[in-house]
Design a protein around this ligand. Structure first.
Ligand SMILES: Nc1ncnc2c1ncn2[C@@H]1O[C@H](COP(=O)(O)OP(=O)(O)O)[C@@H](O)[C@H]1O
Ligand SMILES: [Mg+2]
Length: 270
């Protein structure tokens, strides 16, 4: 939940839902590290926990969120994603996969395990689990980089001079394709839920981004897993297998659009 101050200079965020303290600390720590790396991010003016919950106050940044209403706007958004990830996705040999940007003191999990661990335990019993786990194994050879973890148009603020990036609560360390899968997934889902027909999703505009079929399949399942408890069983198992085996981005994005459209028709909330 966010609320702007009346003078427009700051924004209060109250962390509600899952692990509010973890998200508050993660976001405050990552924005500090991201500022050191030269990214324009919201400064934390104050942060704490009280009876009403966990909260932070951020300095307001200039700019307006990216949009996806026209193909031109989508192209500009993808340009900004490429510019941002050029700076963001730096790797270093000591970096290990995990949540947040500081991994000290924790035993590292393999890259594929870090992704699988984000799905709830009920997913292990699904018929697609073993194939997904196997398809994600090659991520071990990808460099571990700093991830934003929730890239979408409303988190990229643009003005005449710079690009600013907000909402770092899901920041992580892992393979770069996780951030790109997020961009494509949010774009496809939001266009379809906004009423665009699956055949009209501008797939060609997204093929500039690095791609992984297994990570896209994982991203779709992560979304479903976080909807209503029974929604995970509405996905067609053959769609999961097909996406996870796909190594051609345009075909994968078309299958993703088909799958999300079917799930929307089956009543899955956005
Ligand atoms: N520091 C900021 N300056 C300007 N706008 C912001 C700032 N932080 C957030 N916003 C705007 O408010 C929206 C909600 O903030 P966000 O951090 O994404 O909270 P939530 O966790 O509720 O998604 C963002 O999508 C962005 O458009
Ligand atoms: Mg947000």
């Amino acid at each position: 939940m966010t609320q702007r101050a009346v003078d427009g200079g700051s924004l209060l965020k109250v962390y509600v839902g899952v692990d509010p303290e973890g998200r508050r600390h993660r976001e405050a720590d990552t924005v500090r590290r991201a500022a050191h790396r030269g990214l324009s991010v919201p400064e934390v003016l104050a942060t704490g926990m009280c009876d009403a919950g966990s909260w932070s106050v951020f300095r307001m940044l200039p700019g307006v969120p990216c949009g996806v209403r026209t193909n031109r706007a989508i192209e500009e958004y993808i340009d900004h994603v490429v510019g941002l990830t050029d700076k963001l996705h730096r790797s270093s040999p000591e970096l290990t996969p995990g949540s947040g940007w500081s991994g000290e003191g924790r035993s590292p999990a393999p890259q594929h395990q870090f992704l699988l661990d984000q799905l709830s335990p009920r997913c292990r019993k699904r018929s697609w689990w073993a194939a997904l786990a196997e398809a994600l194994q090659p991520l071990e050879s990808h460099p571990v980089v700093y991830l934003h973890g929730d890239l979408k148009p409303e988190h990229l603020l643009v003005d005449d001079y710079q690009l600013s990036v907000v909402d770092w609560e899901a920041s992580a360390r892992g393979p770069a394709v996780v951030d790109y899968a997020d961009v494509v997934f949010h774009l496809v889902r939001d266009l379809l839920y906004g009423g665009v027909k699956p055949g009209r999703v501008p797939i060609d505009l997204m093929t500039r981004l690095p791609f992984s079929g297994p990570v896209l399949a994982w991203r779709l399942l992560l979304w479903l897993d976080r909807r209503r408890p029974q929604d995970i069983d509405l996905v067609a198992v053959r769609d999961v297998h097909q996406l996870a085996a796909e190594d051609h981005a345009p075909t994968a994005y078309a299958s993703l659009a088909g799958a999300v459209s079917a799930l929307r028709a089956a009543g899955v909330p956005r």
